[in-house]
Design a binder for this molecule. Structure first.
Ligand code: SF4
Ligand code: SF4
Length: 412
């Protein structure tokens, strides 16, 4: 968003408040400065010199989860999310809480393997005591071997040739199509087993699967910290890499990566990755769920915000689940409400993140399920955290795990 568009967006606000009707931070704190309308008003005041940039103001703008629940609610058509991103670029110098993270993100943006190697050491040494002291939110264990390290990955050379994929590529026996995976940091470092499940599901249907060397972070964490230039650099690297791959689809298990690449790259660099797709959409389009069976489970589904509000994918996962023999599907109350994770939000605003998450506890209890399914590694982290706090005895699964279980014929 350029300067003129930003000012134009802010000027359109008529203070009606429609945007805060679904805003999870507002609905939890019930304070105008912690809601969508308040943020737009404060950014407008900042531009009109009625408010000075400050630590407190920046915290209020960075306190937005970037969930997108306010999307489409504004009668004057303000793109609230993009306006908040732009406000963060202006205020990042005042956001003290984020300084350390910004420095770490700048240093590690294109060196994720080394960064996660160091983080893993730190996690082993310090994390458990800090977690017990309630200084840190629940963070899943960083895998000793990342998904890409354990996979056969492919360097994509300047000139793409199909023969590059002839040695070691994951091949189904009949090869009905080729799919590339955008792995993303959460699957690569925290949940490599989700990547394994996706591989298995695709191979079971004879897809050729390509995992590429050279993929970098989608850039979403950088953007959330106001580091637009860093996010742009990453977007260019990913577009350059994936545009040289011939595939029927490029799949992601993380809705934040998907929405960043699909919807935000075109705004950032004027170009995107055309075949980028959420896994649910691909599975529905290609009839993956038919004929699947698992032993009886009572299952409900939680909508990840970026999939729900951002990409409009709500029915696909439900259709998949309802069609698996053995699943009794129960709709959960407020299934579309944010879980409160929000990536770095859960670290910088731990208490608010937990308060938003705890609102889901009642819905889960009232639904009497034994399995909660979602389609986002971040939501899984948040629900695992809630499970530890309240002692839930339920399985929390990514939808790809459930499908993989059904295909392999085993249970978690
Ligand atoms: S993105 Fe979410 S948290 Fe941020 S203002 Fe909109 S509804 Fe509120
Ligand atoms: S919905 Fe739009 S016009 Fe109404 S308060 Fe929110 S940003 Fe302003």
């Amino acid at each position: 968003m350029n300067e003129a568009a930003y000012l134009n967006e802010l000027a359109k606000c008529v203070r009606c408040g429609a945007c805060k009707s679904r805003c999870p931070t507002y609905l939890t704190v019930l304070d105008e400065t912690t809601g969508a309308r308040g943020r737009i008003t404060m950014l407008g005041a900042l531009m009109g010199d009625r408010l000075a940039p400050s630590k407190r103001l920046s915290e209020k703008i960075f306190e937005c989860i970037l969930c997108g629940a306010c999307k489409g609610l504004c009668p004057t058509g303000i793109d609230i999310l993009e306006t908040i991103y732009h406000g963060r670029i202006r205020l990042k110098g005042f956001y003290n809480k984020g300084h350390l993270l910004m420095m770490a993100m700048r240093l590690s943006a294109s060196r994720m393997n080394s960064a996660f190697f160091i983080l893993r050491g730190a996690q082993k040494l310090l994390y458990h005591s800090l977690y017990k002291l309630n200084k840190f939110p629940y963070i899943p264990e960083i895998a000793s071997i990342s998904f890409k390290e354990a996979s056969q990955v492919y360097p994509v050379r300047k000139k793409f040739s199909p023969s590059e994929f002839s040695n070691g590529v994951y091949k189904g026996t009949k090869r009905i199509g080729r799919v590339a995976i955008f792995v993303g940091c959460s699957v690569n470092y925290f949940y490599p087993h989700l990547g394994d499940s996706l591989l298995n599901v695709l191979l079971s249907k004879d897809y050729e699967v390509v995992v590429l060397k050279g993929e970098v972070c989608c850039g979403s964490p950088m953007r959330s910290l106001g580091l637009e230039a860093e996010a742009i650099a990453l977007a260019k690297k990913n577009v350059e890499l994936f545009s040289r791959v011939k595939a029927d689809a490029i799949l992601s298990l993380c809705p934040t990566c998907t929405i960043t690449i699909k919807n935000e790259y075109p705004l950032l660099i004027g170009d995107g990755i055309e075949k980028m797709m959420d896994v649910n959409e691909f599975l529905i389009n290609n009839d993956f769920y038919k004929g699947l069976k698992i032993s009886p489970r009572v299952v409900s589904y939680h909508d990840p915000c970026h999939l729900n509000y951002g990409l409009g994918i709500r029915n696909e996962p439900r259709e998949i689940l309802k069609n698996i023999d053995g699943i009794e599907f129960v709709e959960m109350e407020d299934a579309g409400d944010c879980c409160g994770f929000g990536g770095l939000f859960s670290i910088n605003f731990k208490e608010l993140s937990q308060r938003i998450g705890n609102k889901k506890v009642k819905s889960i209890h009232n639904t009497h399920i034994d399995t909660l399914v979602t389609s986002c590694p971040g939501c899984i982290t948040q629900f695992e955290s809630i499970k530890r706090q309240v002692g839930f005895d339920i399985d929390i699964l990514h939808i790809i795990e459930l499908i993989d279980m059904a295909i392999r014929g085993y249970e978690v």
